[in-house]
Design a protein around this ligand. Structure first.
Ligand code: HEC
Length: 186
């Protein structure tokens, strides 16, 4: 190796080390940004979990929401139900405000009626059947009274045909109450 060759080799390996170090710094600086971009762009729930037509999903944390009223459905469904709402819904109910403001979410939970194993005349919730959701967004859902609908079984939305029935029934029977049947339980 001539002295010149060895010098070139030394300086090129120095360049390589500098470049590698620079690359490392750049990568390390970028990682938090890349992670935050990836998280921001990831949809909260996949579209497979959203209802057809409306794109409504099961709202996170709904099991902690306040009760609006229970309900019971006779045979053949034989269900116990609880209609619950987010804070916007509860505030509107308490203020007696109609129509419900945008951002209102109502959820109806339902269970098979089951006789209490401890007490013959008592009925308790059996297996969960459906979770039904109504979301108020007067612009997005202008064609259906401002409400988007979703019916879920085991966390998955039911088919489009079932979602075509929601507004028709709520419109036929509860139009004067902003398409909502349930009144705040006294
Ligand atoms: C044949 C009539 C009918 C159809 C169809 C119907 N609902 Fe309802 N819905 C009711 C009645 C009656 C109530 C009142 C509570 C109860 O009795 O269960 C109700 C209550 C609700 C509530 C609680 C808020 C309220 O209005 O009281 C939600 C949420 C809801 N339905 C969602 C849906 C969704 C989603 C669909 C379509 C997949 C749907 N409903 C289809 C009759 C209907």
């Amino acid at each position: 190796m001539t002295p010149i060759e060895s010098k070139t080799k030394k300086s090129s390996s120095a360049t390589a080390i500098t470049l590698a170090a620079l690359l490392l710094v750049v990568l390390l600086t970028c990682v938090p940004y890349l992670i935050s971009i990836a998280l921001a762009e990831r949809p909260a729930q996949s579209t497979a979990d959203a209802s057809p037509i409306f794109g409504v999903t099961i709202p996170p944390g709904y099991k902690q929401w306040e009760l609006i009223a229970p309900a019971e459905e006779a045979a053949p469904l034989d269900e116990l139900r609880a209609v619950i709402g987010n804070q916007t819904a509860i505030d509107a109910y308490q203020a007696g405000k109609l129509p419900f403001p945008d951002g209102t979410i109502l959820v109806k939970r339902a269970w098979k009626r089951q006789q209490s194993p401890e007490f013959a005349s008592a009925t308790i919730p059996g297996a969960a059947t459906t979770v039904q959701v109504m979301v108020k967004d007067s612009k997005k859902y202008a064609a259906t009274g401002g409400w988007g609908f979703g019916r879920f079984i085991n966390g998955k939305p039911v088919d489009e045909a079932q979602h075509r029935t929601c507004f028709a029934c709520h419109e036929a029977r509860a139009k004067s109450r902003d398409y909502v049947f349930t009144r705040l339980a006294p």
